[in-house]
Write a new protein. Structure first.
Length: 114
């Protein structure tokens, strides 16, 4: 590991306040940090990509009557680098990929750990 490599990267994502609160509740129920929930979700999605060639994402896009905010989430360096590679191949931003992942995978992590 290079001396200048970061341990974690900060990814700013736009989430509805309600969805962010749901994520915090899942983390609380599982007795893990929000950071761990985010990274477990990313890890699970990367495994799906490795096995199936794709990751799952919600078909729903909330744009009306929702309060959105920017949240800064910590992503492990190894996950961030893989997300960057996927971003380069798909033209979807890292932010967009993380938002997609957070629409589905926290519930999967909750089912597995809960």
């Amino acid at each position: 590991m290079d001396l200048w490599d970061k341990k974690d990267y900060s990814v700013k994502v736009s989430l509805s306040k309600g969805h962010y609160h749901e994520l915090k509740e899942i983390a609380y129920e599982l007795e893990i940090s929000m950071k761990k929930l985010v990274n477990q979700s990313i890890k699970k999605s990367l495994k799906d990509i490795e096995v199936n060639g794709y990751y799952k994402r919600s078909k729903e896009v909330y744009v009306i009557d929702k309060e959105f905010a920017l949240y800064s989430l910590k992503v492990k360096s190894k996950h961030y680098k893989e997300l960057q590679r996927i971003s380069n191949e798909t033209q979807i931003t890292v932010k967009g990929i993380v938002e997609d992942i957070l629409s589905v995978y926290p519930a999967i992590v909750q089912d597995e750990l809960g």
